[in-house]
Design a protein. Sequence first.
Lengths: 606, 224
Amino acid sequence: MNTGFDAQNTPFDRLTQQEAEELRAAADIGYFSPGETIIARGRPTDFLHVVIKGAVEARDGEALQAVFGPRDSFDSRALVHGAAGEDFVAAEETLCYLIPRATIRGLIARNAAFAAFFYADVSRKLEAFAEARRPEGGMEAVLRTRVRDAMRHRAETIEGSATIAEAGAAMRDADVNALFVRADGRIGVVTGMNLAKAAVLRELPLNTPVREVTHFDVISVEADDFLFDALLAMTRSAKRRLAVRDGEAWVGFLEDIDLLGQFAGNSQLIPGRIAGARSVAELAAPARAIQDQVERLWRQGVKVEAIAEITSDLNRRLLVRLFDLVAPPSIRDQGCLILMGSEGRGEQTVRTDQDNGLLLAAPVPDPELAAFREAFSGALDRFGFPPCPGNVMVRNPVWSQTLDGMVRQLRRWIQDRTPEAAMNIAIFLDAVAVTGRATLLEQAKSALFAMMRGEAALMAHFAHLIESFATPSLGVLNTLMTTVGVGEDAIDIKKAGIFPIVHGIRAMALERGIAATATAERIEALVAMNALQAELGRDLLGALRVFMAYRITSQIEAVRRGNVEQESLVRPSRMTAADRDILRDSLRVVRHFREVISTRFKTSVF
Amino acid sequence: MLPAWLRHRLWRAALADRAFMFLLDPPPEGEAVSLDCETTGLDPWVDEIIAVAAVRVAGSRILTSSRFEAVVRPTRMPEAGSIKVHGLRRRDVAGGRPMAEVLPELLRFIGSRPLVGYYIDFDVAMVNRYALHQIGERLPNRRIEVSSLYYDRKYGKAPPGTAVDLRFASIRADLGIPDLGQHDALADAVMAAMMWLQLRDLQARGQRLRRGRGREATAAPLGA
């Protein structure tokens, strides 16, 4: 019977119906007077408290850490690990469900998804969260894709009087498996298999007119039809290939393999298309395909770090191919193309900037360099790479110059001690060489490491960038979440979450002379040399992935909206309770890390 | 009113079934029972109980984990009008147990604890009709009326002519208690217990409820 317990709420939504009933049956209800301490810091508790009404504050001495409102639960740490991290005090007349520890323990033992909520280790909790993400749409979304967007092959038409040998050659040249055949005012279709059967099984001469082996009962779909219609047509006609028409015109074929590609993604096809591009114009299509696969992979439930990895790899191939196409021999000979910032770290998914540069071993003729800068950056503009707000791109002479020039530039930035200069150093520190003379970048970085070695004041300045953006107070965050009808409460996930982690780790990597650029690899290296606690490293990586996951969701939404300006804003009021909980934990990790960085680099003097 | 010792003596003398002497034991310290009945109508002399729920309260804790709930089979089936109120249809109560079986269990669950409720006199009057018949006496338990505690906190010093609203839903909303589903005996008993704990605390702290405008409810609607 009903005592009002809501099992739709985190973490109880992970329970089976039967488990939820068990929990309901075991729950009591407690009343707490304003000011009453519900769980004291450092003490265990016999119950998991779920707020029914009222408000409970988590206090660390004078500091308000969080406010819990209806449906929030506390304190998993005190319940499972025996000691509360904070004082939990009723802020007003409060009623809570009291779920006995034994019941929770029993459910933890039986239900892994539920158990994840109670892990002490934030990283394990976050991992479980990531695992739990279901592909959205999936099958449904694919079946609502238009035929036009799924078909791969162009329409090639041949006269019915052409020979089957000519038809075969035409197929090979156009890299297609079927041709439209025009004969006697009709349109038919001949496939590679038709030709093979004619020659091999029927032993027809190779000069047989192709119309003899063409079938004219063409099964077709409209380019604007849904894949759902196409699948039906294939099933009804038992055909694996459909002709596609767009009004009167025949525009191509849709094959069953194309349908498969919609489910499995077709990123495997992109490298071939990049390598096969014979002009800058031909690179435009694979460049767009790279961006399209981000959304598709995400929809299909691929993890954000895997998407970033695939996307980085494809973007690098694209840039290398572009470099080959537009760089004059002098630059190809002397140059090294570098990717920096999130591109360099391999943590970019939806494109937000260009982040590329050029190092030269020796000066090249000015007109050639100027032409290359414009051709390279201009092509990326046209491919839909947004111009980098920080102007970090080949077009900017600061980022495309000789090694000596770059080293001098780095020294000036170090002496500058402005946030802009520190940011530039940070961007450069993430650089990777993608083509050309990779040793140029190694030399530039060694010079940078040498300049910073032992310079505590310089390091402190560099690390202090972490304070550029405040992490929202958890208390405020919570209050906003639990209060209905509060205005916009958007959090910039890039500033509040991603940047502090990336930059803190970057500062530590710089201090230790770690060459790796990916945040995960830097963390691994720092942990290996005992510069970072393994547990904190795991938590940071978990939190970073959570932020990246929220960001990609928001970015994809922004791309759909056609306005990427607010791409990194998330709105807790629109999140589920589970998401808010994870976000809260992740932001807590960031706050802790800021303190670690502040202590280590003594940035508090600024 | 007669002094307590005399009432007890008279009650004991009238009690037909000696097995229920425990109803006169001193109540366990700090405990009470919130009681609610669903009935076929509002006349305690004619109408019958079709569902009864009771929840113990110990200190400031409502022990929903060890609640008492029973659906009762009445001798006459509920009228259409009352079905609309409690949602128990003829075929639901037909699966219930006879009151003769339910009553002793209910009395043992309640024991000598004070009874808490909203218009608790009505619920006790309903139970009494069966008790008189079965054990020869009425329930001797002290009664705690949440609506009068609420009146006290809300309208205690109100000027004459103040509009008084003592409806169950109004009290519940004013105290910020979520609706657990009214006219379900257990939910009603739990909500009455919640009201009592909060009103008792307000009373202990000498705090009054503001009149005039509704309190901002901090409770989110809980659906289950």
